[in-house]
Design a protein around this ligand. Structure first.
Ligand code: DGL
Length: 272
């Protein structure tokens, strides 16, 4: 099925992540496609993906997305998660009959931007060890030194902030940057790839924690452009609507998120 054949203007875009990280991608999609109906899905039952093993995600993510597509009939699915995309994107594409847009570390634009040719990839532990990242570095940043660091505490920091709670580790942004800058070559690093969709939501804290000016880059805008291009033939409703939010976990445990989700145009959290 191609996007041009999909004419149902109520068909939503499904934006999927383990938690709230997908909001950074959703915000970019809303800029490009403000009237697109949205289903924002959080796999809270398996959060954090960064601590899951590859086999678990390769099995879980395609099966879950398959069930979500059956239920919500989206015109397109966005895996708004670097961890799930670098591990399971091809497995998801094999099982879904709709277009699937993944999120991969923005190493290519970072390599274009870096003056010092030293870039850092900040992601989850699972993302930074993927061969997918080796391939991107090899293809697009072969003349750069590419440092990597897995920062699970920064993922938790963002989840807590969105809930209006004090983060367990308030120093998580500084610790994440230190994890890159303290590596050999880190003293000349000038560009940081935010290779976890949670991290752009902590951009102010990261900028404040940086010991010197650094460029931060993520893939959200590129993903939104890709969605807009794939959906070029789609007919949208005349006005924006409140997006639907679902969780695989306990919706009551997401109640504290609702004011934060509302800032992104999303409604109350329901069970998937
Ligand atoms: N937001 C996700 C990512 O982009 C996953 C974070 C997590 O669940 O560990 O990798």
């Amino acid at each position: 099925m191609t996007c041009q054949q999909i004419q149902d203007n109520a068909a939503p875009i499904l934006v999927f992540d383990s938690g709230v990280g997908g909001l950074s991608v959703l915000a970019a999609i809303r800029q490009q496609l403000p009237c697109a109906p949205i289903v924002f899905a959080m796999d809270s039952a398996a959060y954090p993906y960064g601590q899951c093993d590859e086999t678990t995600l390769t099995t879980r993510v395609p099966a879950l997305l398959g069930r979500m597509v059956e239920r919500y009939r989206p015109c397109l699915a966005v895996i708004a998660c670097n961890t799930a995309s670098t591990i399971a994107l091809s497995a998801v594409r094999e099982v879904l009959a709709i277009p699937v847009v993944g999120t991969v570390p923005a190493i290519k634009p970072a390599a274009c931007l870096s003056a010092t040719r030293v870039i850092g990839v900040l992601g989850t532990a699972a993302t930074v060890r993927q061969s997918y990242v080796d391939d991107l570095a090899e293809r697009f940043a072969h003349d750069c030194r590419v440092l990597r660091y897995g920062a699970p505490d920064l993922v938790d920091f963002v989840e807590a902030e969105l809930r209006g709670m004090a983060p367990a580790d308030p120093e998580a942004p500084a610790a994440a940057l230190h994890g890159l800058l303290a590596q050999p070559g880190g003293d000349t690093l000038d560009t940081v790839v935010l290779a976890c969709t949670h991290f752009p939501l902590a951009i102010d804290a990261l900028r404040a924690a940086a010991p010197r000016p650094l460029s931060f880059i993520d893939g959200a805008e590129g993903i939104a452009r890709r969605c807009a291009s794939l959906l070029a033939g789609q007919h949208w409703p005349a006005a924006p609507s409140i997006g639907r939010t679902v969780t695989t976990g306990d919706p009551e445990r997401c109640a504290a998120l609702e004011p934060g989700l509302a800032r992104f145009g999303l409604g109350p959290v329901a069970a998937f």
